[in-house]
Design a binder for this molecule. Structure first.
Ligand SMILES: Cc1cc2nc3c(=O)[nH]c(=O)nc-3n(C[C@H](O)[C@H](O)[C@H](O)COP(=O)(O)OP(=O)(O)OC[C@H]3O[C@@H](n4cnc5c(N)ncnc54)[C@H](O)[C@@H]3O)c2cc1C
Length: 340
């Protein structure tokens, strides 16, 4: 047993891991819990076994940019460690659809999939996966954190990085009430859903170089060839098809067969080979569309310790925003600073 204060972080996505890494490197005790099978959250890489071959897909974040000097520094370290590299300067877009790029920044990828970056950050940290936090309560002046498995942890400080609606539900389920101003600000945060279809093909795809494009019109918004991206074996293509925001919202609960048919039809110009197998992933919270205006929020009169809210919806959005949010919480804990 030790009396050193423990900061418990809910969520091993990029924001939680950036906070944990920074705190641990500064000598703080940190424990990260995640309900997923592994780390990464929306930095997600999936394996599909088919006919004796393993196909790999990035099915959450596809690429990222680095504008802020702090994040650029992190990306340079990831490049030096071999877990990230430049994917492209730009991506093509369907004629008539404006390309998203309006800046000079390169687009980066995880060299072993986007999850590889999260695994790299988590290396050497105390991280436990497969544990969904279901209740937070105050006990002996600190926090008691209870998981769906029955496991319980004690902590001094909390950093909560799940998507905001899930955080608010966790607080409500725990019978905890935030002050009215913070609650009202957090309730304004919104996310777009995204339906992601992962298609294994019998041969090469028709996705143009460099293996990703802003496709359209809806139902499709983006297609990527994970084989060209360097993730999946050469030969048969492993294609990620992201539905556009309107289709994803309207068809979030539509049966898989119908969504699959619509997306395969919408993406037929870029498939190039026969589809061998598909699997659908439904992201309820993909990209924040209404963000909290600062890089993190702190519960001003928390009933114990210090409690922070972080993630890509805080000053975000996207991969860079998630990283900077985690760093902002760490700065607040280490130095009493950070952009709140
Ligand atoms: C389909 C899709 C496409 C995207 N494309 C891009 C892109 O091209 N470029 C880009 O920059 N960004 C993209 N993004 C966004 C990017 O992935 C996110 O901004 C970033 O990864 C968010 O990190 P985070 O740490 O804030 O949240 P998350 O990665 O969501 O991490 C939160 C973690 O909390 C865990 N959790 C939640 N509740 C609990 C609980 N009760 N107990 C324990 N653990 C819990 C979750 O399992 C999760 O791992 C995309 C996202 C999606 C889904």
């Amino acid at each position: 047993m030790t009396d050193t204060p423990l900061t418990l972080i809910v969520g091993a996505g990029l924001s939680g891991l950036a906070a944990a890494r920074t705190l641990a490197d500064a000598g703080h005790r940190v424990l990260v819990l995640d309900k997923g099978r592994g780390v990464g959250g929306r930095l997600a890489t999936k394996r599909v076994e088919l006919a004796g071959e393993t196909f790999r897909f990035d099915h959450g974040a596809q690429y990222f940019t680095a504008r802020d000097p702090d994040f650029r520094h992190a990306v340079a370290a990831w490049q030096a460690a071999g877990v990230a590299d430049e994917w492209a300067d730009d991506f093509p877009a369907t004629p008539g659809r404006a390309a998203a790029k309006r800046d000079p920044y390169p687009r980066y990828r995880g060299t072993d999939g986007m999850t590889g970056i999260a695994k790299h950050l988590a290396d050497g940290l105390e991280v436990e996966c497969g544990l969904r936090v279901v209740k937070l309560s105050v006990e002996a002046g600190g926090w008691l954190v209870e998981c769906d498995t029955g496991e319980r942890f004690h902590a001094t400080n909390l950093v909560l990085t799940a998507p905001v609606p899930q955080l608010l539900a966790l607080l409500a389920d725990s019978g905890l009430t935030l002050d009215a101003t913070l609650l009202a600000d957090l309730q304004k945060v919104e996310y777009a859903p995204c339906l992601a279809l992962l298609a294994t093909l019998d041969g090469p795809s028709g996705v143009p170089d460099p293996g990703g494009m802003f496709a359209g019109p809806e139902p499709v918004g983006w297609v990527a060839d994970n084989t060209q991206k360097g993730l999946s074996p050469i030969g048969h293509a492993a294609v990620t098809i992201h539905a556009g925001p309107e289709f994803s919202r309207a068809h979030y609960a539509t049966p898989e067969a119908d969504v699959t048919a619509a997306l395969l039809d919408g993406a037929k110009d870029w498939l190039g080979s026969t589809v061998a197998a598909t699997t659908l992933h439904r992201w309820r919270y993909s990209l924040p569309t209404v963000v909290y205006p600062h890089r993190h929020a702190e519960w001003p009169a928390a009933p114990a310790g210090r409690v922070f809210f972080a993630g890509d919806a805080f000053g975000g959005p996207r991969v860079e925003g998630a990283y900077l949010s985690g760093r902002s919480v760490a700065a607040a804990l280490l130095h009493g600073t950070g952009t709140t």
